[in-house]
Design a protein around this ligand. Structure first.
Ligand code: R5P
Length: 300
């Protein structure tokens, strides 16, 4: 068996540390320098010869720079002749631009896939990818791990602790894109039902309208599940609508805490009883927002 080495760059340092502990793998040392004009220089300070290398980096919070860090580190590592290189991109940035919604728009996600393909790594792994079709953009082996099992475990415990009748639980997909995600959570929570909301987004990060197809949520505990919370617009809008139709309680979870601008305040001011993310993106959050560790889903 080859020796394993795990790198993190500007993001996911904790996650990389956890994986290295569980896998008893060396933690790679890396230097990231900035030139006066903003260009970066990234290189490995550890020896990689004949080792199985894993690089952990979410392409969030300045996706372009995170992506470039990855590409430069891969090049640096390749010069040291490793046995293999896998990329763990817990949150895959640009994944929401996976199709043309308006005339002349780029499929940005495909552009990123093409760039990553040129790096010629062995495998790319991510969590709860925005849309399953994104895989088709890659020639490199690409795997997306669902996070529903982690949320399922969390909510089974929550339901037990709060003495909620499982039949009074409604899993809510805030738009049609999260339908499969909601189905996966329903399977994890026996007795629960699913409701899908209609969402209209006239411009990026702006949610105009949400409706409920099935209004049977009166007196229910609703759990909204999404892949990403960015501005918080979708979740807050969905929460308001669910209360309007008589929900007893609204809880929410999302795999990726993108959380731009004043989204945290927006979420804290909404009447969401419990809010959970994974640690796919490193964030300094207030205590009332919970974080579930995804490292248990990772096997090198
Ligand atoms: C959209 O397609 C995604 O699944 C999320 O619903 C969206 O990215 C959430 O963004 P925001 O928090 O800005 O509404």
């Amino acid at each position: 068996m080859k020796k394993k080495i795990i790198y993190s760059l500007s993001s996911n340092k904790d996650l990389a540390r956890k994986i290295s502990r569980t896998e008893k793998a060396e933690l790679g040392r890396v230097s990231i320098d900035h030139f006066a004009d903003g260009e970066i220089l990234v290189k490995t300070l550890s020896d990689v010869k004949n080792k199985d290398v894993t690089i952990v980096e979410s392409t969030a919070k300045n996706a372009h720079e995170r992506l470039f860090e990855l590409l430069l580190l891969i090049d640096s590592i390749k010069r040291g002749k490793p046995h293999s290189i896998n990329l763990y991109i817990p949150y895959f940035g640009y994944s929401r631009q996976e199709r043309v919604s308006w005339i002349n728009e780029p499929i940005s996600c495909q552009v990123v896939a093409n760039i990553l393909d040129t790096a010629k790594v062995d495998k790319i792994l991510t969590f709860d990818l925005h849309h399953p079709d994104i895989k088709k953009f890659f020639n490199t082996k690409f795997v997306s791990i669902p996070t529903a099992s982690l949320f399922g475990k969390y909510y089974r415990e929550y339901i037990r602790k709060h003495k909620i009748n499982p039949k009074d639980v409604v899993v809510v997909s805030p738009d049609h894109g999260s339908n499969t995600r909601a189905d996966q959570l329903v399977k994890e929570l026996p007795g629960s039902k699913k409701v899908i909301l209609n969402k209209h987004r006239p411009a990026p990060n702006f949610v105009e309208h949400l409706e409920i197809n099935n209004k049977n949520i009166s007196g229910k505990t609703c759990i909204i599940i999404d892949d990403i919370i960015d501005t918080g617009g979708t979740i807050v809008s969905a929460t308001n609508l669910l209360y309007k139709y008589g929900a007893k309680d609204v809880l929410a979870c999302a795999s990726h805490a993108v959380l731009s601008g004043n989204s945290v305040n927006k979420l804290l001011n909404a009447n969401i009883s419990d809010l959970v993310f994974t640690n796919s993106i490193e964030t300094d959050l207030v205590k009332s927002i919970k974080i579930i560790d995804i490292s248990s889903l990772i096997e090198l």
